[in-house]
Design a protein around this ligand. Sequence first.
Ligand code: PLP
Length: 407
Amino acid sequence: VELFDAVPQAPEDPLFGLMAAYRKDTHEKKVDLGIGAYRDNNAKPWVLPVVKKADKILRDDPDLNHEYLPIAGLPEFTLAAQKLILGPDSPAIKEGRATSLQTISGTGAVHLGGLFLSRFLPKPTPAIYLSNPTWANHNQIFTNIGMPIKSYPYFSAKTKMLDLDGLLSTLKAAPEKSIVLLHACAHNPTGVDPTQDQWKQIAEVCRERSLFPFFDCAYQGFASGDLATDNWAIRYFVEQGLELIIAQSFAKNFGLYGERAGAFHFVAAPGSKAQDVTKRVASQLAVLQRSEISNPPAYGARIASIVLNDKALFAEWEEDLRTMSGRIIEMRKSLKAELDKLDTPGNWDHITSQIGMFSFTGISEAQVLAIREKWHVYMTKNGRISMAGLNTSNVKYVAEALDDVVR
Ligand code: PLP
């Protein structure tokens, strides 16, 4: 029988489609500002020097084999990942109320989180609130799992800043036990993060309204260049005694994109039941993991683990993070300066006030298409640019292109 004759054609993934179009373009001045992957000043992928070192250590190990990892992953990796995300002195770790599993990078952690929520939340499954806008894959992942999706205002197109009032009033009106997905830092796609004071207000609403925080942390170390600063929000929410889950990616901060190293963390609220709850949750997560991937891939986690568990290598990694975040900050300044020089219409302060890998330029979809057609500058349709695609050789050209299409 032919069961699949009626399967409709799915649209191409917008981001990966954009990459393909860029690759096909033969113009010598073409610029890729689409994909969220770090590039060095020569527009080349950058293997972190500390990752090269760890790779050598790994390859020189005579006992290295290719056995399966445990279902929850490499223990020395997950424990180090947990300390990194919660802070080494986290009360949740000390009190034994955090449990962690290695996942297929951040995407796998978001997916496992969604699966866990939809499986164990009381039915009907409450909605998950996503920021408007958010990483496009969030919608897709939670839709596939069958979770109802709602959104909260996040970005004000007018001020190009956080729409705090919209965010808070929407969450205040959300039904109890709703899930709130929060970007821990370097919000994708807007590059706008809440301030510490704003985070406090968000945590307060979560507590007041019994909302459940789900942090997605894909850029720790990429926003400010400092690991602890970038994770302030997560640590604050944990200190406030909130129960929460976290998806953690090592794709960007280790440059391990294709190796799919990540982790999922559950943190129970403090109290006499906490350890017991954590144990039971861990057992169920293991069942979900087993049915999805059996056990996670080893290479990326081994690399990250070598670095995270060695003081000297850890310090070198922090240096590499400052190299990446520092170059991005420099590019923000250069782009802004070039636009100022050209007296480009509009206010471009957001280029330097936004943080992390992305900026929301605020240009329209028509302008995005025009800049691609005429100038061979590639960005996503919502006007998001990856700052890592800029370098000292192309920043002036990109400023000229932006200037041209907004006039
Ligand atoms: N979450 C956000 C907000 C992201 O931007 C990304 C990557 O772009 C991810 C999660 C997951 O990435 P990966 O699966 O490569 O770790």
